[in-house]
Design a protein around this ligand. Structure first.
Ligand SMILES: Cc1cc2nc3c(=O)[nH]c(=O)nc-3n(C[C@H](O)[C@H](O)[C@H](O)COP(=O)(O)OP(=O)(O)OC[C@H]3O[C@@H](n4cnc5c(N)ncnc54)[C@H](O)[C@@H]3O)c2cc1C
Length: 541
């Protein structure tokens, strides 16, 4: 049935909106993954919970590993790769994308010898895994117990890491381990220097713990790793002893943008499958797309795809320009894109009816897979915790911002190894300053409204007792901030007057403008409700 392959064959919002030209290597992988036989095999692997060994080998034969090479790996390409994989299947997508995630600490701080080792191992067919989480401590990495103890000429590693993507099958292990014993005072600031990142080649003293059966991403190898006195030389330390936790924080400031790209793939798949089905399904003598309610779901699907795609692309461009310094935008993208992708999948579910729930058809997999994105790599709560720190300054005015926005989109792909090692330069001009400058340059009314919302948010949120005392209130404000960042990215990448103002050529598909204007009106009302809700909550506290 034609519609069941739509998600594998469409041109995604990420691709349509990206300022960077298409890349032949990424396009080759995209073409391979659009073949009917490959799409069927990806579906079968998910149904059986089987690791995608053969598909990986075929992707590698088409040059996949080159995209992760330390001298090349860059966020615009990785964003496209991640999106196109997620459209075909979450299990395959996270199995591949974990290489970029795991290798980020090496790109950001690894020695030349470590970068060369990674390149050799990847070319020989190895995959990487990132070992942060421990079951007992979840989001709080500073409580980790798995340890590295100094020995003559190196370290001995002990302890378990859990819920590790590639815990059984991946050979190049990047592990966060305790190098200073836990103090009794529980002071989290002191604990920051107690951890070190190690690059470990899987060997006989590394035990794979049983694989978990997960609701999403069933073909991925989510398991555990036990170090049983694993000896490693001292040159397996990434950066230096004690720098592991700050380096993980930098890593996550980049990787959050990658999760936004996974969400963009999910939103595109929901749009493609929803539209494909509605065009074919005939229960009253015409396609159901003609029914008013279905037409609204379809309009929302298109709108959500554009917003999620725009914000994922912007996060990739910002990281390409500012490295981990773009962490604020990456966190906003992770939160908003994951939320809106879940919503897109729900809109599509309403279009597909029963066919969304049949395991033999692709939509059921999409429903399951999309649940993951807001949970791993820092949960949505943690994103809101980060974003809430930026709410008080969201309404501030400051230096002119348009030149930096233009630079962000104009910068050609740069290796993370290069951009991530530049002196720390956070990219955090306020939302109000950025939208005011763009509104003036583009003469754009929707952007002017974003500036006004940003000022209202900052004023309304912060001058309250609830802001100081209630985490839920701060998170509600941070949610509005993240929504506004999604709308601003949509303006910049999909409205012709804004594209011109930020130095971009006309959009590839004029339909994106129509969908963007629909999104700005629809989701703008949601922002207003969010601001009203903050005011109403103030009365309650
Ligand atoms: C499929 C899959 C793949 C994974 N891959 C990897 C991997 O490759 N490597 C790896 O290291 N880990 C991996 N993980 C682990 C994942 O990153 C953690 O599950 C995640 O970080 C959250 O930990 P937790 O589930 O234990 O939640 P907990 O930390 O126990 O949190 C429970 C709840 O409390 C909330 N919460 C936590 N802190 C706060 C706070 N400060 N304020 C408000 N609310 C808060 C959380 O959002 C959550 O809702 C994977 C997990 C899954 C499901």
């Amino acid at each position: 049935v034609a519609w069941t392959y739509e998600h594998g064959r469409v041109e995604s919002a990420v691709r349509r909106l990206s300022p960077q030209p298409a890349d032949p290597l990424v396009d080759g992988l995209d073409k391979y993954l659009s073949e009917t036989d490959v799409l069927d095999r990806v579906a079968a692997l998910d149904a059986n919970g089987a690791y995608p060994t053969e598909i990986l080998a075929e992707l590698r034969a088409r040059g996949l590993a080159e995209l992760f090479m330390p001298d090349r790996a860059n966020t615009p390409e990785l964003c496209r790769l991640t999106e196109l994989l997620a459209r075909r299947g979450g299990g395959l997508a996270i199995t591949v994308a974990v290489n970029a995630l795991a290798l980020l600490p090496v790109y950001l701080a690894g020695s030349d010898a470590q970068c060369a080792h990674v390149a050799r191992r990847l070319r020989a067919g190895a995959s990487a895994a990132l070992l942060l989480t421990e079951l007992d401590h979840g989001s709080n990495l500073l409580r980790g117990e798995a340890a590295a103890t100094a020995t003559d000429g190196g370290f001995a590693l002990t302890g378990d890491k859990q819920l590790i993507n590639g815990g059984t099958a991946h050979d190049l292990l990047i592990a966060l381990l305790r190098t200073t014993p836990a103090g009794g005072d529980g002071d989290p600031f002191r604990a920051v220097g107690h951890f070190t990142l190690f690059m470990v080649d899987r060997g006989p003293t590394v035990e794979a713990l049983p694989r978990w059966r997960t609701l999403p991403a069933r073909s991925a190898d989510i398991s555990g790793v036990r170090f049983a006195g694993t000896p490693v030389p001292s040159d397996s330390v990434i950066d230096r002893v004690g720098s592991g936790f700050p380096l993980v924080q930098k890593t996550l400031m980049v990787s959050h943008g990658g999760i936004a790209a996974l969400a963009a793939g999910a939103a595109t798949a929901a749009r493609a499958l929803g539209h494909g089905y509605a065009a074919e399904r005939d229960v009253y003598g015409a396609p159901i797309a003609m029914l008013g309610a279905i037409a609204e779901h379809l309009a929302r699907l298109r709108a959500l795809e554009v917003v999620v795609g725009a914000l994922a692309v912007k996060a990739a461009c910002a990281t390409n320009r500012f490295g981990p310094g773009a962490g604020y935008l990456a966190a906003a993208a992770k939160f908003s894109c994951c939320r809106l992708a879940e919503e897109a999948v729900a809109e599509g579910r309403a279009v597909l009816g029963a066919r969304a729930l049949l395991e033999e058809l692709p939509y059921a997999r999409l429903i399951r897979d999309t649940l993951l994105y807001g949970v791993f790599d820092g949960t949505s709560h943690l994103m809101l915790d980060t974003l809430s720190g930026y709410v008080p300054r969201a309404g501030a005015s400051g230096k002119p911002t348009l030149a930096a926005t233009r630079e962000l989109y104009a910068t050609p792909p740069r290796p993370l190894r290069e951009v991530g090692r530049r002196p720390w330069r956070p990219y955090t001009p306020s939302l109000a300053a950025r939208s005011t400058d763009l509104a003036a340059a583009a003469g754009s009314e929707p952007v002017a409204r974003i500036a006004s919302y940003a000022r209202t948010l900052a004023e309304a949120a912060v001058r309250t007792e609830a802001w100081r005392t209630d985490q839920a209130y701060r998170f509600a404000a941070a949610k509005v901030l993240a929504q506004l960042e999604g709308l601003l990215a949509t303006c910049e990448l999909a409205l012709p007057e804004c594209r011109a103002a930020v130095g971009l050529p006309a959009a590839a598909d004029p339909a994106d403008e129509v969908d963007a204007r629909y999104a700005l009106a629809w989701l703008g009302r949601r922002v207003e409700h969010g601001l009203d809700d903050l005011t109403a909550r103030q009365g309650v506290h």
